[in-house]
Design a protein around this ligand. Structure first.
Ligand code: CO
Length: 134
């Protein structure tokens, strides 16, 4: 059911420093910061030949990643995103298998303008999983 790894998202305590490290030390193609107020994050997209990295930084007081950074002050992997062809079919299959879908269970429009859902990390070995319909 799941397809390509669309991105790995990393919460960072200093967006400028992390962007500079990926650009200058790792030699990656790093985009400009984009505010995503609907998701409470500022995102920097890093294009790799086979996938993307997203650097996440809190935007606003009730950002969903502020608590993550409180627990992981030096940053850390926040979630992985897998592509699916039909997000409703994927959701229904996962729910039938007992996996918990976060929020209302209805897809939201994600940072790339595509429908996304998140799956409970406790159901997937401690890893927050995002599904994105491509
Ligand atoms: Co994501």
């Amino acid at each position: 059911m799941i397809g390509r790894l669309n991105h790995v998202a990393i919460a960072v305590p200093d967006l400028a420093a992390a962007s500079a490290q990926y650009a200058d030390v790792l030699g990656a193609t790093v985009g400009a910061p984009q505010d995503e107020p609907d998701h409470g994050v500022t995102v920097v997209f890093i294009e790799l030949p086979n996938t993307k990295i997203e650097l996440l930084y809190p935007l606003g007081d009730d950002s969903p990643i502020r608590g993550f950074l409180d627990k992981n002050p030096s940053g850390g992997i926040h979630h992985m995103c897998f592509e699916v062809e039909d997000i409703i079919a994927a959701r229904d299959r996962l729910k039938a298998e007992g996996a918990r879908v976060l929020g209302s269970g209805d897809p939201k429009i994600g940072a790339h303008g595509k429908p996304v859902l998140f799956l409970h990390p406790k159901d997937f070995n401690g890893t927050l999983i995002e599904l994105e319909q491509i």
